[in-house]
Design a protein around this ligand. Structure first.
Ligand code: C5J
Length: 219
C-alpha cells in the first residue's frame, strides 16, 4: 500500500504493519482528570478520538494487529524513578489521589483507555513506565513475534510519548508513519512543530499523513 505522506510516499505491507495507539488514557483525556487539573486544554487531545475510532474500526475490519499502550506505574511506585515522581504540581503527582483514582497507577479507572477506544479481545496492551513504548517493556519482542517492521503511530501526546516512541522505534529500524489527525498535544505549537520534526530532513524519524488516506488504502 502506498500512502500520500510528508516528506514523500509511505509504502507499507499489510503483513508487516501494526497500528500503535499510544496512551489514550482517561487521566490524559477526560474533562476533570489529571491532564486538565494541570491546566491543560483536553479538547486538543479529545479531537483525536473520533478519527482514531474510525481508523481502529477500519484496521480491525482489515484483520491487522493493533497495539495499545498505557503509561503508568505499579501501586507501590517501585517502577517510577524519583526524577519523574518529584516533577509536576506538588499536589498532583503520580500516585496521588485524582478525580479518577490514583494518578497514572495501573488498575485505576483513570489509567485505563477511554471508553470509545477500548481494546477488544486479541489486541495487545503494552503497559509502560516511561514515555517511550520500548523502554522497560516487551514491545520489541511483541513486534518481532508478529513479524512487524512498520508502525502506524497514533495517540497522545505528540511531543512526549508519541515522539519518544517514534524515536525509539526509528533507532530500532522500524518505519513509522504518524497520523496528524490521530495524534494530539495540549499545545498547538508543539503539535505543529512535533509533526514537522518527524518529516524534516527527508523523514529523519518517519512520515506524516492523515488517517483518511490510510483508511482508503485498507479498503
Ligand atoms: C505525558 C504522554 N504527556 N502520554 N504522557 O506525560 O504523552
Amino acid at each position: 500500500m502506498i500512502i500520500d505522506a510528508a516528506p514523500g510516499p509511505f509504502t507499507f505491507d499489510r503483513d508487516s504493519t501494526a497500528l500503535v495507539v499510544i496512551d489514550m488514557q482517561r487521566d490524559f483525556l477526560l474533562p476533570g482528570g489529571f491532564g486538565e487539573s494541570l491546566g491543560n486544554d483536553v479538547s486538543q487531545l479529545r479531537r483525536t478520538i473520533e478519527p482514531l475510532a474510525a481508523l481502529i474500526a477500519a484496521w480491525r475490519a482489515a484483520g491487522l494487529p493493533i497495539i495499545h499502550t498505557r503509561e503508568g506505574h505499579k501501586s507501590d511506585l517501585s517502577d517510577c524513578p524519583p526524577a519523574k515522581l518529584n516533577r509536576g504540581k506538588p499536589s498532583m503527582r503520580i500516585g496521588d489521589p485524582g478525580a479518577f483514582g490514583r494518578i497514572l497507577i495501573r488498575g485505576e479507572y483513570g489509567h485505563d483507555i477511554v471508553d470509545e477506544l477500548q481494546p477488544i479481545d486479541g489486541e495487545i496492551v503494552v503497559d509502560k513506565p516511561g514515555k517511550g513504548a520500548f523502554y522497560a517493556t516487551d514491545m520489541q519482542e511483541v513486534l518481532e513475534k508478529l513479524g512487524i517492521t512498520s508502525l502506524v503511530v497514533t495517540g497522545v501526546t505528540t511531543e512526549v510519548c508519541v515522539h519518544t516512541t517514534v524515536r525509539e522505534a526509528n533507532d530500532r529500524g522500524y518505519e513509522c508513519l504518524v497520523l496528524a489527525d490521530c495524534v494530539g498535544s495540549y499545545f498547538p505549537e508543539f503539535q505543529r512543530v512535533g509533526l514537522a520534526m518527524i518529516a524534516a530532513q527527508g523523514g529523519i524519524f518517519g512520515w506524516v499523513a492523515d488517517s483518511p488516506s490510510v483508511i482508503a488504502a485498507l479498503q
